[in-house]
Design a protein around this ligand. Sequence first.
Ligand code: NAD
Length: 329
Amino acid sequence: MAKQNPVKIGVIGVGHLGRFHVQQLSTIENVELVGIFDVNTEQCTKVGTEFSVATFSKADLLMQACDAISIVTPTTYHFEMAMQALHLDCHVFIEKPITETIEQAQQLLDKAELCNKIIQVGHIERFNPAFLHVKNQNLSPKFVEIHRLAPFNPRGTDVPVILDLMIHDIDILLSMVSSSVKDIQASGVKVVSKTVDIANARISFENGCVANITASRISKGPMRKMRIFQEATYTTVDFLQKSVEIYHVEDELPDGVSKDSVFPLEGHEKKYVIYEKPEVVEHNALREELYHFASVIQQGEKPDVDGHSAAAALHIALEIQKIIDSTIA
Ligand code: NAD
């Protein structure tokens, strides 16, 4: 089979995360990294020199030289940059959250459809190897508890913690629960920044599933954990450690199960709790995500995290934000 041409990609915004995009894109086999642009010329030169990649003096000049653009600017510039890239006939990868408002996201979706271009959004946890392992199991969650806690860092505080961190878990949740949202309760507080730094939301779905999500950017240490409860199975996912633990209840003892992994249920002679810690094969999630972006462009397929699912996550995030704002105004 003939080898396909690599996708010509440029990166706009090469700060903290953009530098990692450049690092990965410069070695992904189905990508030709054309160049980078950043309004901070000093930062642009630094990253260009580090990875021996061309620097451009204007965003549109880079866009004109590319098939696709990766937008890693602060969220406030996502819409403007993505619209310009679509206008100049580029597929776009946009870091999360897709935009600041639903109206902007909708305009991007309409424009992308009109010019037949792909939008993929950087909800990177979908490519976390621990989540990929769980996603392939038979999921039918009844209750989901998620914690995403991070120490304070001024980066990202241009948006509330709901759009900065919680949106990862909202996206993960929507990808696991095949039902529409029925009700949301939320609370949150501004502690150190001008926007909400810690937030909790309880999301109920039409099918009866309930999720309790907590996100904080003022914690002492980091934690990114999800617990999924469903009939006869309890699963924990540690996004940080990239590990999965599963407890499931069986009537019969399955063949080949080690004695150390079996706990008979007191008072239930015929029921057994089986514990599993499956091997999760490590990979770099950013690399997988960007490789996927280039692959779907080459194959003309739909990305796993397309603009529509990112807009759905943004919609729920903004609803949560609205509820919290109404309680702290
Ligand atoms: P950062 O501040 O470190 O970097 C942003 C860079 O964009 C800076 O170098 C800045 O000079 C440049 N910039 C600003 N406006 C620009 C413009 N109009 N054109 C070109 N360059 C411009 O921020 P960061 O932490 O790298 O975050 C960037 C984006 O990545 C944000 O949207 C953030 O939400 C997202 N992010 C995602 C994850 C994730 O887990 N997927 C993690 C961190 C950040």
